[in-house]
Write a protein that binds this ligand. Structure first.
Ligand code: UDP
Length: 357
C-alpha cells in the first residue's frame, strides 16, 4: 500500500488535516502523521484530534516555543529521521507555518515528492514569517493544491509549471460543512459564556505582525475595549497574544476567554453578528457563515473576499469603529459564488494523490 507522511504542528493544520485524514481512511493509502509540537496546549492541539477524530499522531516531536531558526532546524532534523525510517511515497504539508517549511525541506532533500495544501497564497509582505514559509514550500512542491483562482495566478506568475498547479477549492470549507451539525449537537459554548440572544462580535488576534509590536497590540485592544462599551465582544485569546498583553482588558461586555475547540468556534461564528480577526482561517469561516469580517491587517491573502465586499481591512487600526458601525445592520448577500469550491476539496486532493504517487 502507498504511504503518505503528513506533517502537522499548528491549530489551523489540525483542522485542514482532519478533512483529508477522513478520506485517506476510506481509500487505499496509508497515512503516517508527524506532530511537530508547534502548538501543544490541550486546547490548542489535543481537543482538535479528539473532536474531529483525527488519527493519533504516529510521531510526536514535541518541538515548541522557540525562535524561528531553532524551531525550524530542530523540526528539520526530527522529520528527516522519521522520513528515513518510513520511506513514504509522498509528504503532505499544510499552510504556512514553520512545520510546513521544515516538512517540505526535509522531504525535498530526500527527493520525496511533496504535496502542499493551500498553495499559492501570497500577502506579498516578506516580513511575515508565513509568507517566507509559503513561497519556499511552494517552490519545493510537486503537487500545489491551490484553493482559489488568485492562488493559481500567483503561482503561474512565479514560473511554476501549469501541471503542478491544481485548483481544488478550500479544505476549510469541507470542514465547516462536515462538522457544523456535530458542533450544533455537541457544543454548549453559548450557555457556557452566558450568551442568550444578544448580538455579539467575535474577535481573534494572534498574528506576529500585530502581537510583536506593543503599540499595535495596545491600539487593537483599546479599539475592542471601546466597542465593548456598546456591544458584547467575545475574544478567545491565543496563548501568544495573552503572554504579550500589557494589562487585563476583560470586562462584563468584553469577554476574553481561553482558546476554544473547533466546534465552539463554528457555533460562535454561526451566532455572532460580526467578526473581527487577523486569522487567515477565520476570514474564510466568516464568509462560510455569512458574516462580514473586519480584518486587522494591512493586507490579506484572501483578496477575493475583499474584492466581493465580504471582508474589510481595518488599516489603519482606528477604522475598526467606523467599519463596525457601517456593517452592523448591513445585509449579507448569501447568494454568493463558490469562491472556495463546493466542499469536496479533500476528495479531489486524495483522488489526485492516489493516481499519481
Ligand atoms: N480556532 C479555534 N479556536 C479558537 C480560535 C480559532 O478552533 O479559539 C480555529 C478557527 O475556527 C480556524 C482556525 O482555528 O478554523 C484558525 O487558526 P488560526 O487563527 O490559529 O490560524 P490562521 O488561520 O491564521 O493560520
Amino acid at each position: 500500500m502507498k504511504k503518505i507522511v503528513t506533517i502537522l504542528g499548528a491549530r489551523p493544520q489540525f483542522i485542514k488535516a482532519a478533512t483529508l485524514s477522513r478520506v485517506f481512511h476510506e481509500r487505499d493509502l496509508k497515512e503516517v502523521i508527524i506532530h511537530t509540537g508547534q502548538h501543544y496546549d490541550w486546547n490548542m492541539s489535543d481537543i482538535f484530534f479528539e473532536q474531529m477524530a483525527i488519527p493519533k499522531p504516529n510521531y510526536a516531536l514535541s518541538i515548541n516555543s522557540k525562535h524561528h531558526g531553532d524551531m525550524t532546524g530542530k523540526m528539520l532534523e526530527g522529520i528527516e529521521k522519521v522520513l528515513l525510517d518510513e520511506k513514504p511515497n509522498a509528504v503532505l504539508v499544510y499552510g504556512d507555518t514553520n512545520s510546513t517549511l521544515a516538512g517540505a525541506l526535509a522531504a525535498a532533500k530526500l527527493h520525496i515528492p511533496i504535496a502542499h495544501v493551500e498553495a499559492g497564497l501570497r500577502s506579498f509582505n516578506r516580513r511575515m514569517p508565513e509568507e517566507i514559509n509559503r513561497v519556499l514550500t511552494d517552490h519545493m512542491s510537486t503537487w500545489l493544491f491551490a484553493p482559489t483562482t488568485t492562488a493559481v495566478n500567483n503561482l503561474s506568475k512565479e514560473g511554476i509549471t501549469q501541471e503542478s498547479i491544481l485548483q481544488v477549492g478550500d479544505v476549510m470549507y469541507d470542514a465547516v460543512l462536515f462538522y457544523q451539525k456535530m458542533a450544533q449537537q455537541q457544543s454548549d459554548v453559548l450557555k457556557r459564556i452566558g450568551i442568550n440572544s444578544e448580538p455579539f462580535i467575535l474577535a481573534t488576534i494572534h498574528r506576529a505582525e500585530n502581537t510583536n509590536s506593543q503599540e499595535k497590540l495596545r491600539a487593537i485592544f483599546s479599539q475592542l475595549e471601546i466597542l465593548a462599551k456598546e456591544k458584547l465582544v467575545i475574544l478567545p485569546l491565543h496563548p501568544r497574544t495573552k503572554s504579550l498583553l500589557d494589562r487585563d482588558y476583560s470586562t462584563d461586555q468584553f469577554k476574553i476567554i481561553d482558546p476554544i475547540g473547533y466546534f465552539d468556534m463554528i457555533l460562535l461564528q454561526k451566532h455572532c453578528k460580526l467578526i473581527i480577526t487577523d486569522s487567515g482561517g477565520v476570514q474564510k469561516e466568516a464568509f462560510f457563515n455569512n458574516k462580514f469580517c473586519i480584518t486587522v491587517r494591512e493586507e490579506t491573502e484572501w483578496v477575493e473576499l475583499v474584492e466581493h465586499g465580504f471582508n474589510f481591512l481595518a488599516n489603519p487600526i482606528s477604522t475598526i469603529q467606523t467599519l463596525v458601525t457601517q456593517l452592523w445592520d448591513r445585509e449579507f448577500d448569501s447568494k454568493k459564488n463558490n469562491l472556495y469550491g463546493i466542499g469536496k476539496s479533500a476528495e479531489k486532493i486524495v483522488d489526485i494523490l492516489e493516481k499519481n504517487i
